[in-house]
Design a protein around this ligand. Structure first.
Ligand SMILES: Nc1ncnc2c1ncn2[C@@H]1O[C@H](COP(=O)(O)OP(=O)(O)OP(=O)(O)O)[C@@H](O)[C@H]1O
Ligand SMILES: [Mg+2]
Length: 343
């Protein structure tokens, strides 16, 4: 069964600084606790300051859906990625970092996207800047439509470029109606608001969003209001035969709402399950916990687990991921997950 993914492929550069206000004072929108979008010119200025004032902790491939697909590939699933990397050295590095994921649908064009994370050494507060590179995804490319026509699940996360949501809306329309669409909009898409991402939302079976993102997209509406009014998932065909226990027990659309150290919940029109976060001895790097959560949830669904167990698994994989820096947790996944038999 094929899993396809589409989202940003970023080069993550993680810096540690003794005083995060140094970057806040640059006046380029970088603030502790927030994500912002920045152009390559501002990013060059920022990197010049960081090279002098901060320590480079890690350089790794990143991007929400890219992280999730790398983990799913390591869990034994056949994964394809649709995206863009630059024609630069960073692009080469990014393709190498997608170990196990088929990147024949990743086009090379212009400059690579960057994601610069600055962590305050004392408070551990972090500021995050997304620097969009070129976008060269062509939904009309026959190879892309062939993969989407045959995929069982299509997982989407944000593209930083302006036309990202339209393009991804177009891609979801190429999937057969039986294809499970899962969508983790992240802060970048959530900040655009409901209308801009509506086309993807209406096709979404499984929406994975943090508390803040949920409110950015749906305002003050409650979880039940959002689900019962069909604000996402209304394009799912109800009569369809659903092969997994998860969806038999909990018909889509399903919201997976992530609440950081408080845990997460799953909600549909029929039921709600919640799960507290696992205790973690030492948090090394909590970025990407949501991506690990998504991989844990999707793997559990494909392993035919019901919603309660699937949520517990997702929360366990998320907790596991924050105990190692960057994506390195993926290399030790065998400690928490049973490998999937490819078919
Ligand atoms: N401090 C923590 N301790 C234990 N588990 C955590 C902690 N922070 C996050 N998690 C787990 O990870 C899940 C996802 O984290 P979070 O709610 O931060 O999602 P997110 O905002 O999408 O994350 P990101 O976008 O940084 O990947 C949580 O629901 C929780 O289960
Ligand atoms: Mg997230």
């Amino acid at each position: 069964m094929i899993i396809a993914g589409c989202g940003a492929l970023n080069l993550d550069l993680i810096f540690e600084i003794t005083d995060i206000d140094i970057v806040a004072r640059l006046g380029i929108g970088l603030e502790p606790g927030r994500e912002c979008v920045m152009d390559h010119q501002d990013a060059t200025d920022l990197l010049t300051v960081l090279k002098k004032e901060a320590k480079l902790l890690a350089k790794s491939g990143g991007g929400s859906a890219a992280n999730t697909l790398c983990a799913l590939s390591r869990m034994g699933h056949r994964c394809f990625f649709i995206g863009t990397v630059g024609e630069d050295n960073e692009g080469e590095f990014l393709l190498d970092s997608m170990k196990g994921v088929d990147c024949s649908l990743v086009n090379r064009s212009g400059k690579s996207s960057l994601c610069i994370v600055v962590i305050d050494r004392l408070s551990q507060d972090r500021a995050l800047a997304v620097v969009p590179g070129s976008l060269a995804i062509d939904p009309d490319e026959p190879k892309t439509s062939t993969i989407l026509e045959n995929c069982r699940l299509f997982h989407l996360s944000s593209l930083a470029q302006e036309d990202g949501p339209d393009l991804q809306g177009h891609l979801t329309a190429l999937c057969p109606s039986s294809c499970i669409v899962s969508f983790d909009p992240g802060e970048v898409y959530a900040a655009k608001g409901y209308k801009k991402i509506k086309k993807i939302l209406l096709r979404t079976w499984l929406l994975s969003a943090s508390d803040v993102e949920f409110e950015q997209i749906f305002g003050k509406k409650s979880v039940m209001e959002v689900i019962s009014k069909g604000l996402f998932g209304s394009k799912i065909q109800e009569t369809m035969e659903i092969p997994f226990d998860f969806f038999k027990k909990m018909p889509p659309p399903i919201l997976a709402k992530k609440s950081g150290a408080r845990g997460a919940l799953l909600a549909s029109t029929t039921s709600i399950y919640s799960c507290p976060a696992r205790d973690v001895e030492k948090i090394v790097d909590n970025t990407g916990a949501g991506d690990a959560f998504d991989a844990g949830l999707i793997h559990a669904i494909f392993s035919n687990k019901g919603p309660k167990k699937a949520l517990e698994d997702a929360v366990s994989v998320a907790a596991f991921s924050i105990m190692s820096p960057g994506r390195t947790w993926i290399d030790h996944l065998d400690e928490v997950i049973i490998h999937h038999q490819r078919h």
